[in-house]
Ligand binder design. Structure first.
Ligand code: NAP
Length: 292
């Protein structure tokens, strides 16, 4: 497969752990200085087992860095009005720094309405329209977690972005659009692709940095990848009980310079950036300049 290039497989968990250790030290210093720990509140409506497991993972990650976390698990029958009332209380509660409403929500609750109801200063997921607008303007404090995770991997691996061609497959509000904006702000020339893009393979072949976020298992073939490209595979799909990325991982070996695997790749980085957003929200609310 491929030839000549020794592909580096990104250890997202190792990068995540380093960043989490840094945040733990920051929080220890804050607590030693008389401040309370940052506090993330996770809200889940319904009892989807996957969502329950995600929120447990997020809470464990909080505990590991010395942040507080709490949860509100509401029945599937909860009305939008009841959820909005809970968010009003959490917005007004000074002991709460970050609020995350786990998606997907039941069909009778509008995710857009809920995203807008979270105080933008506590928007741990970075999805409030105000934060999205600030991202476009280049002065966002809270940014969607997965795009931040992708950027952190590129930074940790010393991937040059300025002047390079970045191709992003996907234009969703939580991944494709924000990661495209972040790459452009670091002076990449960005092509954002979607389901109507013509000659997707050809466009991908010209990418120095390829971010795949379509949710289509093994869609990106080996010969779509430019030799030496940095491949960030965000996609996660379950196929026959296994998690599969958007990129044909085996075929990319020997062609890509670096690639994120579907396990221990972007996933742990996303949770890490949720922690970073919570810590940054806390610091901003306390008038302390965030370090990142
Ligand atoms: P989404 O909202 O479904 O968006 C998918 C995007 O991909 C859309 O813009 C769609 O185009 C595009 N697309 C779909 N099929 C395509 C094709 N054949 N060719 C080109 N573009 C295509 O998904 P998302 O929420 O952004 O998530 C994307 C993937 O990332 C999913 O697998 C998700 O599970 C994964 N994810 C992983 C993490 C993590 O932490 N690892 C976090 C978030 C998401 P249109 O706009 O034209 O429909």
């Amino acid at each position: 497969m491929g030839g000549g290039i020794e592909t580096v497989v990104v250890d997202g968990m190792a990068i995540a752990n380093q960043l989490r250790d840094g945040m733990k030290t920051e929080i220890e210093a804050l607590v030693a200085g008389g401040y309370r720990a940052p506090h993330l509140v996770v809200v889940l409506v319904g009892d989807d087992p996957a969502s329950k497991s995600y929120i447990k993972g997020k809470q464990r990650a909080c505990t590991r860095i010395g942040a507080d976390s709490s949860e509100h698990i509401l029945p599937e029958s909860t009305s939008e009005k009841e959820l909005l009332e809970l968010l009003d209380r959490l917005n007004a509660d000074d002991s709460v720094d970050g609020i995350l409403v786990q998606l997907p929500l039941p069909k009778h609750i509008s995710p857009e309405t809920i995203a807008e109801a979270v105080d933008p200063a506590k928007d741990a997921d970075g999805i409030h329209p105000l934060n999205f607008g600030r991202l476009l303007l280049g002065n966002a404090r809270l940014i969607s977690c997965t795009p931040l995770g992708v950027m952190a991997v590129l930074e940790r691996h010393g991937i040059e972005i300025a002047g390079k061609h970045a191709v992003v497959i996907g234009r969703s509000n939580i991944v494709g659009k924000p990661v495209s904006i972040l790459l452009q702000q670091q002076n990449a020339t960005v092509t954002m692709c979607h389901s109507r893009t013509q000659d997707l393979a050809g466009v991908c072949r010209s990418a120095d940095i390829l971010v795949a976020a379509a949710g289509k298992p093994r869609m990106v073939k080996g010969d779509w990848i430019r030799p030496g490209a940095a491949v960030m595979d965000v996609g996660v799909s379950e196929v026959d009980g296994k998690l599969i990325g958007d990129v044909d991982f085996d075929a990319a070996q020997g062609i890509a310079a670096i690639i994120t695997p579907s396990r221990r790749g972007i996933g742990p980085m996303t949770i890490t950036m949720l922690l970073r957003n919570t810590l940054n929200a806390y610091l901003s609310r306390k008038g302390i300049e965030p370090t990142r």
